[in-house]
Design a protein around this ligand. Structure first.
Ligand code: ATP
Ligand code: MG
Length: 582
């Protein structure tokens, strides 16, 4: 339960709303307990009606009815006001908490994100926060309400008969206990059902998105069987839940019935001994019914609180993760173009051997830096280190002579244009996808300019809606090469001083590649870094390294590397042959 104390700061934030809510609860319960007493009194007054005219009795009955309605309406108005305050407060806290989790996620670095699955996080934001909200809203409201109602009801009942009060109250704890047991089982089973359901939807989602592969390999039969299995499991688990659910209400009704019988029997004895009136018995019977639900809700609330505590614990655990990479410097920073890696090594947390091995190189302003190497040699890792998504395990990186760890990271990143190896486009318009790369709003002319530079303008123009074409699930699908070029345009839109391209021309032909590279040369970029599998992408670079296992094997300009007759020259020869088999 300790984990829930984290939420106290929010109670403090919304203390007036909460206080008002409690006040309204006092109001609603104050009037609620008047109802049974009112009915009892009126019942006792029936004797006075003997010998009165029918018209008089009818008038009296209408007055009694109106009185009852008036009290009930007042109690109802207070109840409405309670929900408007306490339940709304819980929604507000839910909103704050979701924001807090989201903001925290943004602060966390690559290392954490690569350990955690996105699905887990989605769960945390949606499911766990929902459980927490149930504690903040309904659980809190019912608990406070119960305490108030209990006090008011006892006061009223004891005034009539203390012993009978005891008989009314006796079965209630048993009821709470039973409901608690049943709701715990219900929670437990429904968690299992939810698990089955999410298994099933993951399966379906995967099959639908992979439908082309599935059909191509004729996998329908196998997939259908798997789906049927999953569906069966879901059904079985659900049936178990249905049984428990079905037992719930009958159990409560039996208990209410027993309590009512007890009141009638004991109350009857008191009536015959002349200690109470018939009206009092009616009052007590109504109290039994009135107290039953709140007491039943203790059990329900307890299981809600337990579930909320478990959820909040997971949330707290997540909020406690400290980002390893934090930006401590807020000074302005303007990139001059110098980059130095000094004896940098890096080992991924899950890896046994280093991915970058004692790597050193220096770039000056105006350089175009080419990185080649076979797959898995560490090219993308170098870029992650440079953009400070990860920090070196050993060695240091210097930007304009200053340690990367000491410069204003946000300012440095603002000067970069990054084209990642895996293109990511949002399900949004082309224009908005491009604008995403810029902090300031860009006009149509600028959009067209960068699209031309990335040689994707003519493709965009072929769509009827041009820059307003929707991409992704609900829009058009672009080819691999078109996506890559959009991604380049996005990086260019911010006028980067440092352009980083990670194998982002792999899906375009060599002619297009040449056009784009030519356009880029005309840009006012201070330093460009180009990673490629293809030598044609980097042959004009001022400085090229060929890496293997995270270490430099060859370095120099294209001509120098060719002259070495090493693996670079070999790779170049093979690629020339592929392009021109004659
Ligand atoms: P490619 O040309 O295929 O993109 P690359 O040169 O960019 O390859 P990197 O992505 O830098 O290669 O990976 C270098 C090495 O680090 C590989 O052996 C890879 O298995 C390993 N590696 C990459 N990312 C991780 C990670 N998150 N956790 C553990 N090991 C990783
Ligand atoms: Mg890579």
């Amino acid at each position: 339960m300790k984990s829930l104390s984290y939420l106290n700061k929010y109670f403090l934030k919304y203390k007036w709303r909460l206080l008002l809510g409690i006040l309204f609860l006092v109001g609603t319960n104050f009037f609620k307990v008047k109802l049974p007493v009112y009915i009892g009194d009126k019942f006792n007054g029936l004797d006075d009606l003997a010998g009165k005219t029918d018209a008089y009795i009818l008038d009296e009955a209408i007055m009694i009815g109106l009185g009852y309605i008036a009290i009930a309406v007042i109690a109802g108005v207070f109840l409405f006001a309670t929900r408007q305050t306490i339940i709304i407060m819980s929604r507000m806290i839910e909103y704050d908490l979701k924001n807090e989790i989201y903001q925290h996620y943004q602060r966390l670095d690559y290392a954490f994100r690569s350990r955690q699955s996105t699905g887990d996080l989605m769960n945390r934001i949606s499911e766990d926060v929902t459980y927490t909200r149930m504690y903040l809203g309904p659980a809190l409201m019912y608990s406070i309400s119960l305490v108030i109602l209990f006090i008011f009801a006892i006061v009223e009942m004891v005034q009539i008969n203390a012993v009978l009060t005891l008989f009314v109250l006796l079965p209630l704890p048993l009821m709470s206990f039973l409901v608690y047991k049943v709701s715990s089982k219900m929670n437990q089973y429904s968690r299992v059902v939810q698990g089955e359901q999410s298994n099933m939807s993951t399966l379906v989602q995967e099959y639908f998105s992979g439908i082309r592969v599935l059909k191509a390999y004729g996998g329908q039969k196998r997939v259908n069987e798997k789906f049927n299995d999953s569906s069966d499991a879901y059904l079985k688990k659900n049936m178990r839940l249905v049984v428990v659910n079905a037992l719930f209400l009958p159990t409560i009704y039996v208990l209410i019935g027993l309590s009512t019988l007890l009141v009638i029997y004991v109350g009857g004895l008191f009536y015959f001994s002349g200690d109470i009136s018939e009206g009092n018995i009616i009052t007590f019977i109504i109290f039994v019914n009135m107290l039953t639900w709140p007491f039943a809700s203790i059990g329900w609330v307890t299981s809600l609180v337990q579930r909320a505590a478990a959820s909040q614990e997971r949330i707290n655990e997540f909020l406690d993760v400290k980002p390893e990479i934090v930006n401590t410097n807020m000074d302005t920073f303007s990139f001059e173009g110098e980059i130095e890696f000094r004896n940098v090594s890096y080992t991924y947390p899950e890896a046994s051997s280093p991915s970058i091995n004692n790597l050193s190189f220096t770039l000056k302003s105006g350089d175009t830096f080419g990185i080649v190497g076979r797959t898995g040699s560490g090219k993308s890792t170098i870029l992650k280190l440079l953009t400070r998504q990860i920090d070196p395990s050993e060695g240091e990186i210097f930007i304009d002579g200053k340690s990367l760890k000491e410069i204003n990271l946000d300012a440095f990143r603002a000067e970069m244009g990054i084209v990642p190896q895996e293109v990511f486009l949002f399900s949004d318009t082309i224009a908005n996808n491009l604008r995403f790369g810029s902090a300031i709003d860009v006009d149509q002319a600028r959009l067209e300019e960068v699209a031309k530079k990335a040689y994707v303008f003519h493709n965009i123009n072929e769509f009827p809606k041009k820059f307003e074409t929707l991409l992704g699930e609900r829009g058009v699908n672009l080819s691999g090469g078109q996506k890559q070029r959009l991604s380049i345009a996005r990086a260019l839109i911010r006028n980067p001083k440092l352009l980083i391209m990670d194998d982002c021309l792999s899906a375009v032909d060599t002619k297009t590649e040449e056009i784009i590279l030519e356009n880029l040369r005309a840009e006012t970029i201070k330093t460009s870094i180009v990673v490629s599998h293809r030598i044609s992408s980097i042959r004009n670079a001022t400085y090229i390294i060929n890496i293997d296992d995270g270490a430099i094997t060859e370095e120099g300009t294209h001509d120098e590397l060719i002259a070495l007759h090493g693996s670079y020259a070999e790779m170049y020869r093979k690629q020339l042959e592929e392009n021109d088999p004659s």
